[in-house]
Ligand binder design. Structure first.
Ligand SMILES: Nc1ncnc2c1ncn2[C@@H]1O[C@H](COP(=O)(O)OP(=O)(O)OP(=O)(O)O)[C@@H](O)[C@H]1O
Ligand SMILES: [Mg+2]
Length: 358
């Protein structure tokens, strides 16, 4: 177990920008996720931690040890690559044993450690199979076992579930989390799937275009996104434009396109939001915060016409036209009649659920 520090790390590929000024400290034993769209720099950052790329600028430390230009095999990290990178002509046993052989571990110890790890990832009895005789999920577990068998201080996982079907993905997600908790390994996980990131991580780093946008717990990232990109990348949200028409210490009043004024809390603002009277501001409102209301007038009640109505059994989803904007809402099915397209509807937006994204 070890903490990981990236101290103002940059990576450029010739003129192309890889990542810019990544500055983070990952605690020992933490489950930390890099999240962002394709090409945002997740793999590049992970490869620098593993030692497959060296930073153009900045420093990397494991605990107090500087490793910025230490080669991969001297770092004691275990990595599962985006495409697994298994040796197809070798057996499961040989694949898992490989990292121990290059470290000159004795034969008897290799056998013992490989068998123990195969049990851990539930691959007992598969030792003699060749990689091309395995399913995608089994190959994924071989890749995980190969990374774990060297007893790494730091486990690096690059989209390890991307080739699995939905059910296996969920099972393996649980498995990885179980292993991480059991072994207490500092784990850095790369994904572009926000649900995966939210459900597994202690903290998440959201990236876009090689630049870190926000680092925080799933709860912070979801409820206090620092900008529009984070707000819309993490789950669904309604982004509304408005103009500040009044404010005091606690509350901010914003006129939206329908002409109506909504009241929000000043403390629910990203550092970039400007909330002086006359400023333009973006409101972020999560669909699950919006609730159907039997009232048609009142504080933060908006009225509109249902454009889309979806009943999924557990939930009711509406898209409602409110002025020039649309409002997505989602509520748990409590058995009340479901509104249909064209129906008038009143919706309540609680003031504590309005976030000013800047
Ligand atoms: N070896 C390389 N040479 C030149 N450019 C590279 C190299 N590796 C990555 N890049 C560029 O750096 C940027 C970040 O790439 P990276 O592979 O880190 O993205 P990613 O977030 O892992 O994306 P994905 O989700 O598609 O795997 C991209 O613009 C990519 O084209
Ligand atoms: Mg990648």
């Amino acid at each position: 177990m070890s903490s990981v520090t990236l101290d103002h790390v940059h990576k450029r590929f010739g003129k192309a920008k890889g990542v810019e000024d990544v500055h983070i400290h990952i605690e020992s034993g933490e489950f930390f996720t890099f999240l962002g769209p394709s090409g945002c720099g997740k793999t590049t950052t992970l490869r620098m931690i593993a030692g497959f790329y060296y930073p153009t600028e900045g420093q990397i430390r494991f605990g107090s040890r500087e490793v910025t230009s230490v080669p991969p095999h001297k770092r004691n990290t275990g990595m599962v690559f985006q495409n697994y990178a298994l040796f197809p002509h070798m057996t499961v046993f040989e694949n898992i044993a490989f990292g121990l052989q290059v470290r000159s571990v004795g034969k008897a110890e290799i056998k013992e450690r490989v068998e123990r790890i195969m049990k851990l990832v539930r691959l007992e009895g598969f030792g003699e199979r060749r990689i091309d005789q395995l399913s995608g999920g089994q190959q994924q577990r071989v890749a995980l076992a190969r990374a774990l068998v060297i007893e790494p201080q730091i486990l690096l996982l690059d989209e390890p579930l991307s080739n699995l079907d939905a059910k296996l993905r969920e099972e393996t997600r649980f498995e990885i989390k179980r292993l991480q908790l059991e072994l207490g390994i500092t784990t850095i996980y790369v994904t572009h799937d926000q649900a995966e990131a939210m459900s597994m991580s202690d903290r998440i780093m959201v990236m876009q275009g090689g630049v870190v946008q926000q680092v925080g717990t799933p709860h912070e990232i979801y409820h206090r996104p620092v900008n529009r990109f984070v707000a819309s990348f993490i789950g669904e949200t309604n982004l509304w434009a408005g103009t500040v028409v009044g404010r005091d210490q606690a509350e901010v009043h914003v006129r939206i396109s329908s002409g109506q004024v909504l009241c929000g809390l000043a403390k629910n603002a990203s550092p970039k939001a400007r909330l002086a009277v006359g400023e333009q501001v973006t409101l972020s409102i999560r669909p699950e915060a919006v609730q159907e209301s039997s009232e048609r007038v009142g504080m933060n009640i908006v009225t509109g016409t249902v454009v889309l109505s979806e009943f999924t059994g557990a939930c009711v989803h509406y898209v409602t036209a409110v002025g020039q904007e649309q409002l997505r809402s989602m509520s748990i099915n409590m058995g009340r009649p479901v509104k249909q397209r064209g129906d008038a509807i009143g919706l309540h937006i609680p003031k504590e659920s309005i976030y000013f994204a800047g």
